[in-house]
Design a protein around this ligand. Sequence first.
Ligand SMILES: Cc1cc2nc3c(=O)[nH]c(=O)nc-3n(C[C@H](O)[C@H](O)[C@H](O)COP(=O)(O)OP(=O)(O)OC[C@H]3O[C@@H](n4cnc5c(N)ncnc54)[C@H](O)[C@@H]3O)c2cc1C
Length: 454
Amino acid sequence: MVLLEAKSRVGGCASAFPVKGFRFLAGATTLIGLEPDMPLGRVLAELEISFDAPVAQKNISVWQHGAPLTLTRDAAANHEVLTRHHGADFARFWAESAQLGARGWGLITELHFPPRGPGDLLGAAGNAKAWGMLPALLRTTASKLAGAGAITDDARTLLDELLLVSTQARAAHTPYLFGALGMEYLQRPLYLARGGLSSLLEHLADQFVARGGTLKLDTALTGYARGATGFHVDTPSGGFDAQHLVLNLTHWDAQRLASPELAPVFAGTIKRHPDAWATCTQYLGIEDVFGPDAAPYHQVLLEQPLPVSGGHSVFVTLSRPDDRSMAPAGFRAVTMSCHAPARDWEGLSDAEHADRKAKVSEELLGALAVAFPAVQGASKPVVMPGTPKTWEGFTGRKGGRVGGLAFDYATLRRGYPTGRTGVAGLVRVGDTVFPGQSVPACAWGARRVISELR
Ligand SMILES: Cc1cc2nc3c(=O)[nH]c(=O)nc-3n(C[C@H](O)[C@H](O)[C@H](O)COP(=O)(O)OP(=O)(O)OC[C@H]3O[C@@H](n4cnc5c(N)ncnc54)[C@H](O)[C@@H]3O)c2cc1C
């Protein structure tokens, strides 16, 4: 088995890179679901791979109007804090949603969705849990919230921005069941691995090699076609034949690299799913002005959307204060990101792009200062912004579309891609394949796609 990786390190959106003695997480930072009954935990158990990491004491602080609301694994404490900030009705809505979300995680590992045929449909029809959750799939999160009582605008904004991170869509477009999963994950154990989430991906790559796989770093797939034994694969260092081809590519990029004969198999998916979110990011190697008690994750909600970056909120991850693999003593490695419309970054000249990139840096630093004013005067050996163009170069994804597909009604109606291409032996995995975005979702999606290949 051969794994081609275009870059010098594995992980893509969930990789890490070194700069000036710091280690930065490129994009993905929150790791959930290592428990054996969760999708990622189950995949790891099936592969007999163990990965231990301490669990965060505080999960996330959400900053609104400059004040933090901190969520933890303790549902009762969350209820109290949500009541204090947003009233009893919103806290009740949250608690009910989190309970539904917890039941929903169980269902993901029990059912085959999307169904492969009548057998899977019958299985779902006979599952009492699935029937019980159907109403939550058929209504939006916003409609459920509307019936929850006295809900403030601030509570609605909070929910919208939290859901955007987990479902890639706001409450008005997110089916309630998925919204509930997105709320529940914020009070799950969050694992703070040494070296960050990327160390899991690096561990998986090591395991792949230890078990006889061939990992070819710095080796991009530059094209593929039907071949003598299945497929012919091209790389800059030569071509080879493969019986099966698993493309960890978005539908846009799978089409771009396909031979003229195979390219049309992606046309339908591209037509149905023409866009995805991009991101603006910033990496800071910064003096530790956060203090030992700060939560590892922060989401800063802004009064106005950022004019250039486009986000209404910024997600911030602080490296563990004791993790010397990520930052020298007295410093932190910080990853910040916000959702950005990919189309805003297309067709820019180099000068326009450089100008916008500098503004992204200022905007994201300003957003962090809303929560931690001391960052303005802090020593910052590294300040490194990233734009959708940066991400295009980094991941090879068209337009830097790293947001997977929104988990909204529009995507479901058009049919979430399953990874099947209609060509025997040729499949796709990754976050534009059901169940989509996040490391656990990609792991679960890949498990499903590969089981169909056998
Ligand atoms: C800013 C941001 C924050 C996120 N936060 C979280 C989070 O906190 N928690 C979480 O679980 N998820 C998070 N995610 C989502 C998560 O990172 C992704 O869903 C997941 O990592 C996507 O994996 P993938 O394999 O589909 O694609 P990618 O990560 O894009 O990986 C594709 C890999 O293929 C390689 N490649 C591309 N083209 C070629 C080619 N032609 N030849 C060879 N190799 C190639 C790339 O270099 C890359 O290594 C975040 C994503 C972003 C962008």
